[in-house]
Each structure stands twice: as structure tokens, then as C-alpha cells.
Write a protein of this length. Sequence first.
Length: 258
Amino acid sequence: MAQLLLKGHPIGNFNGVLFDKDGTLSHSEPHLLELAECRMTTALDLWIATGRSPHPELRTLLSRAFGLEKNALDPGGTLAVAARQDNLISTATVFCLLGCSWPEALNLAEACFERVDQAAKASNRSSSSPLLSHARGTLQHLKGAGMQLAVISNDTRSGIESFLEDHGLSALFSSCWSADDQPRKPNPDAVHELCRSLNIPPKHCVLLGDAETDLSMARAAGVGIVIGYTGGWARQPELPSADHLLADWKDLGIAATP
């Protein structure tokens, strides 16, 4: 076990650390804001393509569904926290509220997301958001102390693996749990399965995340200590289930070996 330090103060001895990705390891907000705008613009185009007149409420409802607030994201909102499929369903629900049947609404939402995905591929834009400041050094320090590191995210497995590869972090991580795995987070069994893959009991692990759903999941799963990361968003998330709050990765460290 390694002794974990927060701002130089010991907070416990652990064998593994479980990390959320978006908003915890990666500075995802600019990318997600761009994604939201692309999806809303495309949704408006598809709506008009059905022969309907432009609806004054469509952009407003989509903005609320995605969790957009004055050029920032709600860190607990759908786009920031939920999986792609959940965001697709919320988009289809907006179409339904404006008069579409569910089959038509679902088809429109799927067409919207697919068109945006294809446009991103055609432009060769990287899908990986930049690392948050000081994250790399902290990860290297934790791994160097013998701790096992894993990602638990509602991104796809390919998305997680691409993110780690793009930033040269793949060798630091032992495992991941994604939206492709069952059960998905925030089911506590997602934590149990990930810890089983690491061969570490949950009580000997730390979970770091930026969403209350992640932290309450970790508590229910019996994780040893729960740390809320607050430095990933313009609007600081509210994380009442956290044992500790962390605003900058440089404040997390390992005690020196005697």
C-alpha cells in the first residue's frame, strides 16, 4: 500500500485509484460546448428538412436538455455526466415534446448524432480533450509508487483508450470500465467489477470524480475514500458525498518511502 497525501497531509493507505475521465483527467468543457452547438444546429436543420417550420423552442429545449448555462456547462448535466446514448434519448425526448412521434423523434436524434460524428471524422478533428494541468505528473507519481490506476467513465471503451493513447498514458493504467460495459456507472457494481479486474478490494481503492453521481456510487460500492475534483469546469460542481475536495492535481501526492 501507498500513503496518499492531500496538500501534504496523509488521508489513508491504498493500492489503487479509480478516475473519472471527462472533467477529472481531461479539460472537456470546450469540446463539449462545441459538440452541443453542432448537435443543436444539426437538429434544427433536420427539423426543417422534415418540412416543418422552424420552432422557436427547439434550441432552448435542447440547450436545457444538454445542461448549457450561459456559455458554460452544468457539471452535473446530461452532456457533462451521461453517456452518449442517454444524450441521444434526451434529444429524442425534445423532438417528442414538440410534436414528433417517438419513432420519428428517435430517428431524428440518431440522424443528428450520426451527422455530427461524421462531420468530426471528415474534418480530422481529434476527439481527445487536453489533460488538465498537473494531471500527468500526478499520474506518473502514483504509478511510480506502485499504485494501480484505472478509468471508470461513461465514454465508450474506444474513446477511453484513444484518450489514454493520445496523451501517452496507456502504460500507466491497468484497466478501465466504460459505457460499453455492463453494468454502467453509476451502478455500484460497475465499481465492484472494475476493482475485481484489478484484484483489489474497493475499500483499498480511492475514487476521484467530478460528479455527485460518481461519488455516491463509490460510497455505495464501499470505496475506501472518495475525492471530488472541482477544477475541471468553469462552474464548480457541488459534491456533497466527497470525503475531500481537490481543485488542482499538484495537491495530490504520495508519502516518501522511509
